[in-house]
Design a binder for this molecule. Structure first.
Ligand code: FE
Length: 188
């Protein structure tokens, strides 16, 4: 098929306009993302500094808007939106190293690897928290008969606790890896 000269010129004009418009759009997007990355970095740094200044034995009360600046998307989904990760597709379900699991939001120590066991569920599971008051259990949301657990320091969602765990507690703290940050014991 042969296009008329006018039609060819029209198509060529539209192609150039499209390319120019696309280039302009990309340039605007790049500038916008640079700007927001700058201001986000400043805001993230400000909130991190604020968090680090709070002693470990004091509560952390941040708004979700504040948490958004210092958590990844996955962490925010689990910790602040009570999301649940997929089993066998999370960072710590099969971790056996010695160390401590901290709250990924506020840094509160939550579980020792000494209390971790293989529950076969595909989520990191513990039979007790590291300290009696590290983890709170409440009935805000249930999951397969479990009770919701939150970090006692910052109130972020961690997972659920069930009463089908091993001795001596008989409890199974079924956690989301994204809610935890594992720090290996020195010399391990
Ligand atoms: Fe916390």
């Amino acid at each position: 098929m042969t296009l008329s000269f006018e039609m060819t010129m029209l198509l060529e004009f539209m192609r150039r306009v499209d390319v120019a418009a696309l280039a302009l759009l990309l340039a605007c997007a790049a500038i916008a993302s640079c700007d927001s990355a700058k201001s986000n970095q400043a805001e993230s740094a400000r909130i991190r500094t604020k968090l680090e200044a709070i002693p470990l034995d004091q509560k952390v009360q941040f708004t979700n808007d504040e948490w958004k600046y210092i958590l990844t998307g996955r962490q925010y989904y689990v910790l602040r939106r009570r999301g649940t990760e997929l089993p066998f597709a999370n960072a710590y379900w099969h971790t056996h190293e010695k160390g401590v699991y901290f709250c990924a939001a506020c840094g509160n120590p939550l579980f020792s690897s000494d209390a971790k066991y293989d529950s076969g569920t595909g989520w990191p599971s513990f039979w007790q928290p590291i300290g009696g008051d590290a983890v709170s259990a409440a009935s805000h949301s249930s999951f397969g008969g479990g009770t919701e657990t939150t970090c006692a320091r910052c109130g972020s969602h961690l997972g659920h606790v069930f009463d089908d765990g091993p001795r001596p507690s008989g409890l199974r703290y079924c956690m989301n890896s994204a809610a935890l940050k594992f720090v290996k014991a020195v010399g391990n």
